[in-house]
Design a protein around this ligand. Structure first.
Ligand SMILES: Cc1cc2nc3c(=O)[nH]c(=O)nc-3n(C[C@H](O)[C@H](O)[C@H](O)COP(=O)(O)O)c2cc1C
Length: 185
């Protein structure tokens, strides 16, 4: 798909299915990720690929996290949380390993990783796949970060669910961009 078409037509699908990207397509998606602007070339991004049965382990982590936050959570809600990790054939945990730096503020390192995540969604779309970005409280759970091999100070910027679009998302309204076109007036 042509670059501008990919950028302007991406929407989050409502449901995903098999197949996920091939190994080669995944490399392309990861190359797109690391083409994001990176102040100081600090390479703050970390990508954890979760596929196949490993998704069940992620689902268990997500359910445990929910149970810690809500000890009285009903069994059905817990099961729904566990199944979230099975919504796509591939989940990419996109994290920022934020380094102390006198030059590059932490937020800029996180923003760079956000740009990498967006590049991944657009690259996946350009290759014919669907993807959606999720966070939620689980992304801020220190125990989840540790289980994923991340440090407490790392930031989970998103869980990217990637696969073949089963149910398309809502086409977006072409609102005018929120632009101040003539500043200072
Ligand atoms: C950092 C970030 C975190 C997000 N987390 C969630 C989330 O946890 N749950 C959710 O429903 N949408 C979340 N979204 C929004 C969806 O990924 C999606 O962008 C939104 O539903 C709008 O759909 P669209 O991508 O088709 O415009 C998040 C988006 C970003 C940028």
């Amino acid at each position: 798909m042509e670059a501008l078409a990919a950028l302007t037509t991406r929407v989050s699908p409502a449901a995903l299915d098999l197949p996920g990207p091939s190994a080669r397509e995944l490399e392309t998606i990861l190359q797109a990720a690391i083409a994001a602007p990176d102040h100081g070339r600090m390479k703050p991004w970390r990508f954890i690929l979760i596929e196949g049965p490993a998704r069940e382990k992620l689902g268990a982590l997500m359910a445990e996290s929910l149970q810690r936050r809500e000890p009285a959570v009903p069994a059905g809600k817990l099961e729904a949380e566990r199944k979230k990790a099975l919504r796509a054939p591939l989940i990419v945990v996109v994290a920022a390993a934020v380094q102390p730096s006198g030059k590059v503020p932490e937020i800029e390192q996180v923003v760079a990783v956000g740009a990498a995540a967006q590049n991944m969604l657009v690259a996946a779309h350009a290759l014919g796949f669907g993807g959606f970005w999720r966070t939620g409280a689980v992304a801020y759970d220190a125990a989840v970060k540790r289980a994923l091999g991340l440090a407490d100070g790392d930031v989970i910027v998103g869980f990217l669910y990637l696969g073949t679009t089963k149910t398309p998302g809502q086409p977006r309204q072409n609102d005018a961009a929120l632009v101040t076109r003539r500043w200072p007036g």
